[in-house]
Design a protein around this ligand. Structure first.
Ligand code: ZN
Length: 358
């Protein structure tokens, strides 16, 4: 019994139910939802998929719930459709019961069929981990495997004590961009460190080395792991920076307004660089931080015009093209920086009653 086997089985569960959802959709033209799938899982466990029984039921249910969440996010325009996953890409398991946490080790219990007594008995196993302290009561734990093959334990607690920052009476509109990462309505600009670009040379080198090695050989696998480790490093750097940025913003501003991201559109327009900038990740962290520190976070609807109207008089500059970084309003004559003007419009639109409040 290994954690890897469990993730492999959970991957099967994910793929099985995704296929089922797709078939259901083809036949009935709608989506089945988790309350139809969960009883079905019960049936499968008794009949054709007995080999899944050893995994705790709430861990199996968590797979269906996550599939459902992905669909719900898709319906509200926040993400893509769920995808079939490869075994080595399936990486997390959630435990709500059947575990015991102690300092430095966690016990998981799995069911095992006992031939002699013709009954299931619980097989309990300890896994040690590098201990860190947490606040509050533990709600559930996540076991994660990263691309390098390291297992991580995430402990999720009910500690939701907000620690509100002092009111500053300052608010800000933020415009996301390619040329300038963030532009504030007060004219400040922040550039992205572009971590992927920084490591591009190293990535190329590793990729080249990988292509020279025989696929599947020991050296090839070592190279694959090195690549995965480098990607993890880049992701961590970026995430770290996002957290620092979000904290700084929350300290300074009572209200933070951004536009609703249309990531697919951005990718079409700007290509791969968007992934390196990872606006989606930043917005998620910003949302979380604002919630935690009791700040007002608002997203202006996707269809609100923010670029073309003049922030002084409201005149809509229809001739404005993507390459115009500066422009002068033909109506009132004020001179605008393209991004600052947009940020001001975003902040203004955030005060409108029709804004989608998060
Ligand atoms: Zn004007």
């Amino acid at each position: 019994m290994r954690l890897g086997n469990m993730l492999d089985d959970l991957c099967d569960v994910h793929n099985h139910f995704l296929k089922l959802e797709q078939r259901y959709y083809r036949i009935y033209g709608k989506y089945a939802g988790r309350y139809r799938l969960q009883p079905h899982l019960t049936k499968l466990l008794k009949r054709t998929k007995k080999h899944w029984v050893w995994i705790p039921r709430d861990t199996l249910d968590a797979v269906l719930i996550r599939l459902d969440t992905t669909y719900q996010r898709f319906f509200s325009g926040l993400g893509g459709l769920p995808k079939f996953k490869r075994k080595d890409r399936y990486r997390s398991a959630k435990f709500q019961s059947g575990y015991l946490l102690e300092t430095g080790r966690v016990r998981l219990s799995f069911k095992e069929w006992d031939e002699t007594s013709q009954r299931f008995k619980f097989n309990k196993r300890w896994f040690s981990y590098h201990h860190r302290y947490w606040k509050g009561n533990v709600r559930y734990i996540h076991i994660l495997r990263d691309a390098v093959g390291t297992y991580w334990l995430h402990v999720v607690t009910d500690d939701s004590t907000t620690d509100p920052y002092l009111a500053t009476d300052e608010s800000v509109g933020i415009d996301f961009g390619m040329e300038t990462y963030l532009t504030f309505s007060n004219g400040e600009k922040i550039q992205s460190p572009q971590y992927l670009k920084q490591s591009l040379k190293q990535l190329r080198k590793l990729n080249k080395a990988l292509s020279r090695k025989a696929k599947g050989s020991n050296n090839w696998w070592r190279c694959v792991r090195q690549l995965a480790r480098l990607y993890r490093h880049i992701t961590n750097q970026r995430r770290d920076w996002h957290f620092k940025l979000a904290t700084a913003l929350c300290r300074r501003f009572d209200l933070i307004a951004t536009e609703t991201l249309n990531l697919d559109g951005m990718k079409r327009l700007w290509g791969r660089k968007v992934s390196d900038l990872a606006f989606g990740g930043l917005v998620e962290i910003l949302q979380y931080k604002c919630f935690k520190h009791n700040r007002d976070f608002r997203q202006v609807g996707q269809w609100t015009a923010t670029t073309k109207p003049c922030s002084d008089c409201g005149y809509e500059n229809k001739e404005l093209s993507l390459s115009d970084r500066q422009w002068t309003c033909p109506h009132c004559g004020s001179h605008h920086d393209r991004d600052v003007n947009a940020a001001i419009n975003i902040l203004r639109a955030a005060y409108d009653p029709i804004v989608e409040q998060m």
